[in-house]
Ligand binder design. Sequence first.
Ligand SMILES: *[C@@H]1O[C@H](CO)[C@@H](O)[C@H](O)[C@H]1NC(C)=O
Ligand SMILES: *[C@@H]1O[C@H](CO)[C@@H](O)[C@H](O)[C@H]1NC(C)=O
Ligand SMILES: *[C@@H]1O[C@H](CO)[C@@H](O)[C@H](O)[C@H]1NC(C)=O
Ligand SMILES: *[C@@H]1O[C@H](CO)[C@@H](O)[C@H](O)[C@H]1NC(C)=O
Ligand SMILES: *[C@@H]1O[C@H](CO)[C@@H](O)[C@H](O)[C@H]1NC(C)=O
Ligand SMILES: *[C@@H]1O[C@H](CO)[C@@H](O)[C@H](O)[C@H]1NC(C)=O
Ligand SMILES: *[C@@H]1O[C@H](CO)[C@@H](O)[C@H](O)[C@H]1NC(C)=O
Length: 462
Amino acid sequence: MRWITRVASISSLAVGAVNGLQVDFSNDDSIKQAASTVAYGLLKYYTGNNTGDTPGNLPDPYFWWEAGAMFGTMVDYWFYTGDESYIDVTTQAMIHQSGDDRNFMPRNQTKTLGNDDQGFWAMAAMSAAENNFPNPPPDQPQWLALVQAVFNDYVSRWDTETCNGGLRWQIFTFNNGFNYKNSISNGSFMNIAARLARYTGNQTYADWAEKVWDWMTEVQFIDDEFNIYDGAGVENECKTHSMAQWTYNAGIFLHGAAVMYNATGGNETWAQRTEGVMNRTIEIFFDAEGIPTEHPCEPFNQCNTDQLSFKGYLMRWMAASAQMAPFTFDTLMPLVRSSAAAAALQCSGSPPASQYRGDPGTACGFKWTEKANFDGLVGVGQQMSALSAIQYTLVKKAEVSKAPVTASTGGTSVGNVNAGAQTDALVTNFAPISMAERVAAGFATTAILFSVLGGSFFVMKE
Ligand SMILES: *[C@@H]1O[C@H](CO)[C@@H](O)[C@H](O)[C@H]1NC(C)=O
Ligand SMILES: *[C@@H]1O[C@H](CO)[C@@H](O)[C@H](O)[C@H]1NC(C)=O
Ligand SMILES: *[C@@H]1O[C@H](CO)[C@@H](O)[C@H](O)[C@H]1NC(C)=O
Ligand SMILES: *[C@@H]1O[C@H](CO)[C@@H](O)[C@H](O)[C@H]1NC(C)=O
Ligand SMILES: *[C@@H]1O[C@H](CO)[C@@H](O)[C@H](O)[C@H]1NC(C)=O
Ligand SMILES: *[C@@H]1O[C@H](CO)[C@@H](O)[C@H](O)[C@H]1NC(C)=O
Ligand SMILES: *[C@@H]1O[C@H](CO)[C@@H](O)[C@H](O)[C@H]1NC(C)=O
């Protein structure tokens, strides 16, 4: 993910609103119908299955990781709605982007690849394993093995030279952000470690999930009140924090803790941690009507393309936590539903085809607190977030048949504990790019953003 702040020019996007989606949240068919409408609008942004395009990539300005997040959302969409329309396109994208080394590090992306970017694709594959999403043919990469490959990469990158541990943000030394350790990278690590522990029963994964959590609290990225901060530079031994609190950081650790609670058969320490993050998440992000706000940017119209998608992951991980730690269900799920109702009201836009190609009157805005007052801020992140809120209201209390499976409860994905190990060599042998290349890559990115989002204003921080 990038450090680019985008100030959207709202006036150029504001277009007439219709009535919003009509959803009866007491009726599953109505929820599925609404989800289908929003999903259709979302996938209309996707061009990777067009002839000559690359499967798995979204067009600019959407970065590679967000496509991974989108296909993770589509895996769950299939699971909860039963709509098979997007199975093929999702499978094709995930297999293609797993890359030559089958670990979600395709060479095309290495110039900007972060641990968190790789993590969003890995989490999509983990959802595929847990949901028994149709397995690829045996000669293709398998969901579980892909996640294990990324886990093994993370273990090899655990960096004890600074801050006594933690993952850096970027993988390669030549990228901006290499000297930053951030919560979402560690969150991705903890999230897949906890889920692999639950799925496989292998204690090594549980030990790593614990280790990441301990490190997060040691450096106070998670403080005693369960605030979760964005990260810190390594220069000062991770003592100078970026204090921003984002919904996705809260969500990813909430889910990680809930999965550990489940995997340990109800361990009290993990129950406390789950409840602590849950309490704080609600206090920080939700208003009295149960609608979340992305506080560091949303009130000021400063959210960048990445940040416009974060609330969707909060919805995903709240619903998943409600399943893993059933004692949280009655607290979390009413909030998912109130968020979904507000998000559905924002899905009322009819922007021109250059901005949205779904059905008229179904483009989703961003500020759910605005309810039926369509804010005109449409895009992949906003559409995906609304879809998430709506589809996860289908999660039912104690519905074991719709709970994520494990290897011993019907999971069919084939694993490989040694997957990805060969990429150590790849990483160390990868020659640092020259200064000229570095400038060229940075410049290209900036130029693309300017051309696509002409009229918007950017700040790029080192
Ligand atoms: C690509 O997938 C989308 C979503 O399923 C679909 O609407 C579109 O027709 C597909 N395009 C091609 C060329 O297959
Ligand atoms: C890498 O880029 C090339 C050229 O655009 C494309 O053909 C290939 O499919 C891409 N590979 C991946 C894994 O995206
Ligand atoms: C998270 O923190 C641990 C503890 O230091 C570190 O070893 C690991 O590399 C970090 N992981 C990520 C992905 O940032
Ligand atoms: C773990 O999750 C499953 C599926 O939701 C649930 O049936 C089970 O009760 C959970 N375990 C604990 C200890 O809460
Ligand atoms: C619960 O988990 C914590 C943290 O991993 C551990 O220290 C503790 O021993 C566990 N409790 C039980 C009863 O296993
Ligand atoms: C969470 O909030 C509930 C209700 O206010 C409270 O009873 C509980 O002690 C809190 N748990 C933690 C771990 O802070
Ligand atoms: C458990 O996972 C570790 C780490 O990948 C691996 O080395 C070990 O072989 C696994 N154990 C079993 C029994 O699969």
